[in-house]
Unconditional design. Structure first.
Length: 520
């Protein structure tokens, strides 16, 4: 039988050590795990401290280290640190953009930070810096003359960021942007837009109870209306220009100032009204033109009054010239008289006198309807009323001596007939008479009571010639026509009981020869 062999003391010690190895390994691992997680917890606490201290720069670095050695899968307790780091990175990104003066991106980044972290540690800073970035956006817009954009940005800032330090700068900058905008529009003659800008500034200033900017806005608006009126005047849009000049006077807050815009506008108005009148004269709208010349006189200061009156007088002469060209001499003479009354200087009155004389001269040489009426009236006055016609000194003033015949129908040759008032020196008043040379009685039966008659008529013209200016009789003569034919022995009367045998009227050549002799 075999016998069991006992291990040696060394072997027994070795086997005991082998049992200790697993225990030692487990202990080491436990120690390492404890140390690993313990350090992790300490690092997370440090991140919390940095977050509380709002030290985002070191927090992000610490969180990056934690993230490298403590993956979320095995160390979920680090998630909060990563969230804090993300928040800090969002804010630091916005700050970086702000430092680079990328104002638009910075503004958006700050807004994004606040939207994502309404209770974030940099919520207030982000709010204030978003406002500052928006102010800088407005400044850039203003520098490149995007005034509309600048105003929108500043108004947005005042509305959404009224609790930030940037508000004071905004309230200072906004009215100045309006002013720059309005002046730019006015310089480009974009008057409608300039008006809108200054009205907006007025509204803002009144809301802010800022009297200084209210006055400034009204002054700039008044200047805009004046410049607008000047531009419209240059385009000959006078009615619209007048409305703008009125607006300039009414809008100027210093309307009573001697050197303000209203005063300048009033100074310009006399010339404006005169220019308007000149334009209407070219369009032959004389009555309207005179109204504006008269306004020019009314609006002119005392030192310019005489010149304005002379301009009005000249306008009347222009109107008279047009009437004279149309041979409306009576109206022309009336306008010349108006010119004489309107003019102030000796030279102006002399021009009116010369125009009056020229018009009378032309009237005296006219063959138009008014001239013919003068000839007819002069003839009727002497032939019917027995006195010369009281009229303008245009009758009989020419060396050419002619006459007018009234009372009978006879065409006179041009060497006798007065065709212009100036050539009318005499008036021949003719009276036509029918002289019964013989009454021839007839009886129906040939004897007994006379029941029918033939009247033999001879014509007779009694012509008296008068001096047209004095009405004195110059000469007279009676002309007889030829004798009618004699009564026949028998005559068929038909249904009438009386028959007329008329001779010829006096010879026209005989009459004209006699009249011609009087003109020599």
């Amino acid at each position: 039988m075999s016998r069991a062999i006992s291990p040696s003391p060394q072997k027994r010690y070795f086997f005991r050590f082998l049992w200790l190895i697993p225990l030692l390994g487990v202990g080491a691992l436990a120690f390492l795990a404890l140390a690993y997680y313990g350090v992790g917890f300490l690092l997370v606490r440090q991140v919390d401290s940095l977050y509380t201290a709002r030290d985002c720069v070191n927090l992000v670095q610490q969180a990056e280290y934690i993230g490298r050695f403590y993956p979320s899968k095995i160390a979920s307790f680090t998630d909060r640190s990563q969230e804090q780091a993300i928040e800090c990175e969002a804010y630091l990104t916005a700050d970086s953009l702000f430092e680079k003066q990328d104002w638009k991106a910075a503004h958006e980044a700050y807004l994004a930070y606040r939207a994502a972290y309404p209770n974030g540690i940099y919520n207030l800073e982000a709010h204030n810096l978003a406002a500052e970035a928006l102010f800088q956006i407005a400044a850039e817009q203003r520098s490149r003359q995007d005034f509309a954009g600048a105003v929108d940005s500043l108004k947005l800032l005042a509305s959404e960021f009224h609790d930030t330090p940037a508000l004071q700068k905004t309230n200072t900058a906004l009215p100045e942007v309006y002013l720059d905008w309005g002046q730019g529009c006015r310089a480009e003659q974009e008057f409608t837009e300039a008006e809108t800008v200054y009205l907006s500034l007025t509204t803002w200033a009144e809301q802010e109870n800022d009297q200084a900017y209210t006055n400034r806005a009204q002054t700039e608006l008044a200047q805009t209306y004046f410049d607008w009126g000047m531009a419209l005047e240059s385009e000959k849009k006078f009615s619209q220009a007048a409305a703008k000049f009125d607006s300039a006077i009414q809008t100027d807050p210093a309307s009573n100032s001697m050197g303000g815009i209203a005063a300048n506008t009033r100074t310009h108005l006399p010339d404006f009204q005169r220019t308007w009148g000149m334009h209407l004269m070219t369009q032959k709208k004389y009555a309207e033109a005179i109204q504006h010349y008269e306004l020019s006189v009314t609006l002119s200061p005392s030192q310019d009054m005489n010149n304005a009156k002379d301009q009005l007088a000249q306008a009347y002469l222009g109107w008279a010239e047009s009437l004279r060209s149309a041979e409306d001499f009576y109206q022309a003479l009336e306008k010349i008289e108006d010119s004489q009354n309107a003019g102030a200087s000796t030279d102006s009155k002399k021009k009116s006198e010369e125009a009056y004389a020229d018009t009378l001269s032309l009237f005296s040489e006219s063959k138009g309807s008014q001239a013919q009426q003068v000839i007819a009236d002069a003839s009727n006055s002497i032939c019917k009323n027995g006195k010369p016609l009281e009229t303008l000194p245009i009758i009989g003033i020419l060396d050419e001596k002619r006459l007018a015949l009234s009372g009978v129908t006879l065409t006179l040759p041009v060497t006798i007939q007065a065709r212009t008032p100036g050539s009318l020196h005499f008036v021949a008043c003719a009276e036509e008479k029918e002289i019964i040379a013989q009454n021839c009685p007839y009886s129906r039966t040939g004897y007994g009571i006379m029941t029918h008659w033939i009247k033999r008529i001879r014509y007779e013209w009694q012509i008296k010639v008068y001096d047209v200016l004095t009405g004195k009789l110059v000469n007279q003569r009676t002309f007889q026509g030829s004798a009618p034919k004699y009564c026949p022995r028998t005559y068929s009367f038909g249904s009438s009981s009386t028959a007329y045998f008329r001779g010829d009227k006096p010879s026209g050549s005989t009459v004209t020869d006699w009249l011609m002799s009087l003109l020599k």
